[in-house]
Design a protein around this ligand. Structure first.
Ligand code: ZN
Ligand code: ZN
Length: 406
């Protein structure tokens, strides 16, 4: 293992990336930098892979399995707090507004660790096979991996044996968590427009009030998880926006709200989506209103680790990390990583590593204040400690790759 030799490179690269984040599908500088570093390390480089800024590096070393290693490249429209000297002061226009940009989901740690892992793999001469290093755009908007699928199939028709990916989480730096089966939830986004009949606030009898109707729907939607989903199945139905009306004495003619769902199994997901449709249209019928319009927004797939491949990675992590490797419980967050493996119908394994001061995390867990004291992904103070976060992420990537390339 030559982690020590590459540590300064990995740390410098991390600080550089952290200071210069770019928004989803705008990762032009980042992608060019990833390509440059791949070339330096001796990889064959493919740029502009897919519909956006995707970069793929290939290292062929004789017979053996093909392993896809993935890092996502996008930052978020978040203004970073002042905490570290390599703080991001980048800004961009988002939704028509100038806003700070930050690697608030830690994708900079994924890229730095993957570039480090690739250099370590280049140094090691006791493996054979092919490494496909994928630097993926637009994870946050859930269209990056999907946008690379067709191009990946076209450029690499021979396929892959396994895809490997990782994410930094609000746990203790040095810890790694993995599991077989479901690790991240599926997410659906629905936009509901309720059509009523507008009129004067003093004459409700002449109207169909879409606010009362939509409010009834929102309340009734809460019964899906509590009354229609088994307590042993985890699911979330959240109404995240609600818009209607312009003035207190006007009954508007429509109302609009958006729903986000999280599920871990396809039957549960289908059941929830069916229940949403039934409740929304049923309430319209009850109110004598025309059917509501329901349109689909973003969809994120389930992330379900392959049993055999995850067992192989888990054993390798046990050997590398000992009791710093633990079981990952399914998270209600979502990921588009599985779409990359789906390009060829290949198995995949996705795991998590912690990024925060172990003493602070342990004390917070002790006090029961973990959710308050440890920053969560997407918050302006989600700034992982440099070490042992980067050592752990780099080692995890090399270890998982070598579990297949050996
Ligand atoms: Zn994120
Ligand atoms: Zn992320």
């Amino acid at each position: 293992m030559t982690l020590e030799n590459h540590r300064p490179f990995i740390e410098d690269l991390y600080r550089e990336l952290h200071a210069s984040p770019e928004l989803s599908n705008r990762e032009h500088r980042t992608a060019a930098r990833m390509a440059e570093l791949l070339r330096e390390a001796g990889f064959e480089v493919h740029e502009g892979v897919g519909e956006s800024t995707g970069v793929v590096g290939v290292l062929r070393r004789g017979e053996g399995p093909t392993v896809l290693l993935r890092a996502d490249m996008d930052g978020l429209p978040v203004t970073e707090v002042e905490q570290v000297p390599y703080r991001s002061t980048a800004t961009d226009v988002f939704d028509g507004q100038s806003i700070g940009v930050m690697h608030a989901c830690g994708h900079d740690t994924h890229m730095a660790a993957l570039q480090g892992a690739l250099r370590i793999l280049v140094d090691q001469d006791d493996w054979s096979g092919t490494v496909l290093a994928v630097f993926q755009p637009a994870e946050e908007t859930m269209d990056g991996a999907l946008g690379m699928q067709a191009a990946l199939r076209e450029r690499f028709p021979e396929g892959i044996d396994v895809a490997l990916g990782q994410h930094v989480m609000p746990g203790a730096a040095g810890e790694v968590r993995s599991a077989a089966g479901p690790v991240m939830a599926a997410s659906d986004h629905l936009i509901v427009t309720v059509h009523g009949r507008g009129g004067h606030g003093s004459q409700p009898e002449k109207t169909i009030d879409p606010i009362v109707l939509a409010a009834t729907m929102v309340v009734r939607l809460q019964t899906i998880v509590s009354r229609e989903v088994a307590p042993s199945d985890r699911a979330v139905v959240t109404v995240g926006t609600f818009h209607a009306g312009t003035k207190q004495n006007i009954i508007p003619d429509s109302a609009r709200f958006e729903i986000n769902t999280r599920t871990f199994e396809e039957p549960v997901r289908r059941r929830i989506l069916t229940a949403i449709e039934r409740i929304v249209q049923g309430e319209c019928h009850v109110a004598g209103a025309p059917p509501a319009t329901i349109t689909r927004g973003d969809i994120a797939p389930l992330t379900i680790n392959d049993e055999a491949a995850a067992a192989r990675v888990g054993e390798a992590f046990d050997a590398a990390f000992g009791d710093r490797h633990d079981v990952q419980q399914p998270l209600l967050g979502s990921e588009d990583f599985s779409y990359l493996a789906d390009a060829w119908g290949a198995p995949y394994v996705y795991w998590m590593y912690g990024g925060f001061d172990p003493e602070i995390v342990a004390a917070a867990r002790e006090r029961g204040t973990f959710d308050v004291d440890v920053p969560s992904n997407h918050s302006p103070d989600f700034i992982p400690v440099l070490q042992p976060t980067l050592d752990t992420a780099t080692t995890a990537m090399v270890t998982a790759a070598r579990a297949f390339l050996a």
